[in-house]
Structures are given as C-alpha cells and as structure tokens.
Design a protein. Structure first.
Length: 194
C-alpha cells in the first residue's frame, strides 16, 4: 500500500512540475501575436541624431538591437523627493528601422530612479522606465503598431538595455511590408544552385 501511495505522489509531483513548466513557457497564444524585441540604447553623441522629428528634444538615445535608430526624449515633468526618488514623465519619438524597414512611432513614458543627490541628478542607484506606444502614432513599418518598451538602466555600463513587444493591428503593416519584400524577391531571377 505504501508503494502505491509513493507512486501516486511521484506521479502527482511530476504532473505539477510539468504544468508549472508549461505555464512559464512563452506562448504565441498568450502573447496574442506580439513580437518580442530587445536591444540597448546609448546616450547619443553630438550630431548623431539629427532627424527633424527630434527637433526640440531634451536628449536622444541611439538605439541598437531590434530597433535601430534614434529615440528622442521630450521631458514634460520631473520631481525629486527628499528621499532621493526621482519621477519623470514625457513623450518620445523613435525614428529608425525595424527589420531593415524605416518608420517612426511615439510613446509616453514614466521614468523612476533613486539618486544619491536627486536635485542634481548625481549618483544614480537604480533607474527604469516604461514606454507605452501611443495608438495611431506609427508611420512606415510601424503603421498600426501598439505595444510597450521597458528600459532598465545599466549604471555600471552606462547604457540602457530595453525589451518589449510590438503588435500590429491585424498585423497589416508588418504583413504588407513582408509581402512586398516577398513579391520583390520573387521577381529576381532564380540562380539558386541547390
């Protein structure tokens, strides 16, 4: 009888472990068609980012990874607390490329951080921000895009790793870009050797 209970217990534990693994795996159904993106942003050097869409920006980031281009930041509010907590909000405009196709989109953002000297923004201890994409703001490859970017400051390296997701309304913009690329490729002469 004890052997039967042991087997039943082991079977139940195995099923629970399997169930846990299945729940933690990324699922296209759970993501509802969202495309995961990631990369690193760097403080843009002088003259690096000069797109007209960035005119008047407080600063810009040079984006690498899945998004290649310039990310212009327009600060609207900034507040320091006596404890050193910093909160900043505003809007942003990304101008660049995704999968080799050009486009732009806009976001709102909330940046929170902790500083040793908050009034002078010196000695950042931790910082992160959330950037929901503004509906209807996408142009080019980003036409119809929604989603969000999240940055977490890498204070030691002095850069800004990001990750997020993009979702196209009915995937129409992405699909039409992809189909246009496929149509262009199909017009090329067949020189394959395999």
């Amino acid at each position: 009888m004890s052997r039967g209970r042991t087997r039943l217990t082991l079977a139940a534990l195995a099923m629970m472990a399997l169930y846990t693994v299945v729940l933690t795996l990324p699922s296209q159904a759970l993501a509802q068609g969202a495309t995961q993106i990631a990369g690193i942003g760097y403080a843009a050097g002088d003259g690096t980012c000069s797109d007209p869409e960035g005119e008047g920006a407080d600063f810009a980031l040079t984006m690498t990874g899945d998004l290649e281009g310039c990310h212009y930041v327009f600060v609207e509010s900034a507040v320091c607390s006596p404890s050193g907590t910093y909160r900043e909000t505003g809007t942003e405009t990304f101008v660049g490329q995704y999968n080799g196709a050009a486009g732009t989109f806009r976001t709102t953002y909330l940046f929170t951080a902790k500083y040793e000297d908050c009034p002078n923004l010196v000695g950042e201890i931790v910082g992160r921000c959330q950037h929901p994409i503004i509906a209807g703001s996408g142009r080019g490859v980003f036409e119809g895009v929604s989603g969000r970017l999240d940055f977490k400051d890498d204070i030691e390296a002095g850069n800004f790793p990001y990750r997020g997701h993009l979702r196209w309304q009915g995937n129409s913009a992405l699909n039409s870009w992809s189909m246009g690329t496929i149509d262009s490729l199909s017009a090329l002469p067949n020189t394959a050797s395999c």
